[in-house]
Design a protein around this ligand. Sequence first.
Ligand SMILES: [Mg+2]
Length: 375
Amino acid sequence: MKITRIETYPAEIVVRPELAIKGSKGAHRVSPFLIVRVDTDEGISGAGEATTMPRWSGETSATANAIIEEILAPAVIGLDPLDVEALDYAMDRVVNHNWFTKAAIEMACWDIRGIAESKPVYELLGGPHRSLTIPARFSMAAYDPETAAAKAAERVGWGFTTIKVKVGTVPAEDIARVKAVRAAVGPDIKMVIDANCGWDCDTAIRCCKELEDCNLSLIEQPTPDGDYAAIAKLRSAVNVPVMADDMCFDLVHARELIRNEGCDVISVYPGKNGGIRKSAEIVKFAAEHGVACSIGSNLEWDVSTAAMGHLTIGLQNMQVEEFPGDILGPWYHEDRIVTEPLAIEGNTCTIPDKPGLGVTVDWEKMERYRAAAKG
Ligand SMILES: [Mg+2]
């Protein structure tokens, strides 16, 4: 089989205002997506998604579009979509980084392989290792304490048993917010904090000490990007598992985190880690070193969320039962672009038991988004 063409569809989708996420890196109110379709000479096409966010990875839907049209598509057209390792090699030779952009093409190739073999992607990865219904946590924006407390209590009423509170802003406000949420949800709900690199090492240690009475179950990305010593120092100062997220894009980062004993858990997902194969590589490497993984998110739409779900179901070390992840992205958005949207109910997302990624993009709808984006 050979790749014959890659079509790209930019779309800007508004996040439901009542659910907009606000963390140490600012607010997320609109998602700039790039949906891709990879066509082959055997008539099978696969769908992929670049879930771009410039302050997160330096990519936008416009850069993803340009890099695919000008560099990646010429490099992969003619290649076998079933040989994902060779595809990754071809893409890495011509473009550095740009994880979300490459992941869009890569996940489309897994979709093609699954359709060709009539198997869901999780089966191609060696699964299923867990239920197709994946538990998630609720990610609470960095609101003022009263708003955060009220929203947290409401989310618990919706069925969430783990609440993640964004911190990494002004330390006194962070502490007040987390304490208010703990008081509102009671002692039985699991609570996680995520600083998104917003604290320096000493501030992180001080804040975590001040939050000891909140019984946190996980501290996510408390310290700055690239500082393996800082996250290791924080980890040795607290009695709570530490998760690395914003500082782990590839296997080199995962190796440095583990070498420095910097974390108990790594947040992985196909967009951030440059595709399903590269994510799986990190998950397996972490497993060999006794480090758990869970699913992270950049507020994906249905295509990338399906890829995240298959990764979660396909690999034993995606320990979402112990560390529920973020896999509710489509639910945050005002529109959906697949013919049968993923079932997201309460605190769970269910992945379809169908070949490939298991979602069918409404390409006519994408044509309309593309026409609107190109003006
Ligand atoms: Mg995070």
